[in-house]
Design a protein around this ligand. Sequence first.
Ligand SMILES: NC(=O)c1ccc[n+]([C@@H]2O[C@H](COP(=O)([O-])OP(=O)(O)OC[C@H]3O[C@@H](n4cnc5c(N)ncnc54)[C@H](OP(=O)(O)O)[C@@H]3O)[C@@H](O)[C@H]2O)c1
Length: 322
Amino acid sequence: MKAMVYTNYGSPDVLQLKEVDKPVPKDNELLIKIKATGVNPADWHLLRGEPFLARLEAGLFKPKNAILGIDIAGQVEAVGKAVTGFQPGDEVFGDCGWGGGFAEYVCVTEKNVVPKPANISFEQAGAISVAAITALQGLRDKGQIQAGQKVLVNGASGGVGTFAVQLAKYFGGEVTCVCSTRNLEMVRSIGADHVIDYTREDFTQNGAQYDLLFDAVGNRSVSEYQRALSPRGICVVAGFTTLSRLFQLMLLGAWVSKTGSKQVGSMGTAQSNKQDLLFLKELLETGKVTPVIDRCYPLPEVPAAIRYLEAGHARGKVVITI
Ligand SMILES: NC(=O)c1ccc[n+]([C@@H]2O[C@H](COP(=O)([O-])OP(=O)(O)OC[C@H]3O[C@@H](n4cnc5c(N)ncnc54)[C@H](OP(=O)(O)O)[C@@H]3O)[C@@H](O)[C@H]2O)c1
């Protein structure tokens, strides 16, 4: 099968389209013929081995997994003999752990995937897992979102942000979206009640306060988050722009949360699980959540797709079609 392969950390130029062995499913695995796979910031962190901490998971000097790509959507081609919930021909979406998606086939276990809703395309289904689960776990589990709350989503126009806006609306929030001028209409179209153009206004300086602040950028200081929170507000940060921001968030955020009434912290790494994929599947089927796709690239253009995502201005999700 064809796959985009890398053997050394580096820029997107180190990725090569190669012929590799088609995987064979173990007894508890499904062989998926991949139709689409989303691109996530995790892919370029793992590609570059940056920040260095990422190498603790990915391999200290060389990447342990030669194939990147976490989100997948496709068709089951074969199943191992212990698999009970799927059969060849089923259309599924989900993830394949920390890599394997930038390829024609991948093996996963039953817990990694759920049936693909019939009303969405493979491109949309391939865009979901990491970004939507991050938004879901950030808002619901870490942010303890409640109906009627004032919710702010920073980075509302990106992969995680576009899911966060729709999920915050689903949970009954009054949602303010922060994005740049060119994305104001798009975030309104997916449910924003209010918009703030970050090129003209700073949401931490305008006096407004929110019960829940979900940050999919991670570019603000702990004191700025505190200022934008209501007295018992919670700030959940999904991303980070520099390591010093991340460490400040982990250390100062923990101290602030322990000593005051406001909670500020990094959400850590979202964990994909079948229950949350099934929860999302229902919202997709009922049209409460619809993936926003920015661009699709064919498999050989994974390097261009990663370069585009790395520039930091994707509008929704970037997807590889296979
Ligand atoms: N914790 C986890 O498990 C987890 C999982 C997934 C992702 N993440 C992290 O979450 C972050 C977002 O991921 P993503 O997939 O959404 O990335 P993404 O799609 O690349 O996000 C791009 C978006 O960020 C917006 N943006 C850039 N600068 C901004 C600013 N100063 N203020 C507001 N918005 C700004 C851009 O809007 P404009 O074009 O309008 O500037 C663009 O729409 C990343 O740091 C990623 O590593 C964490």
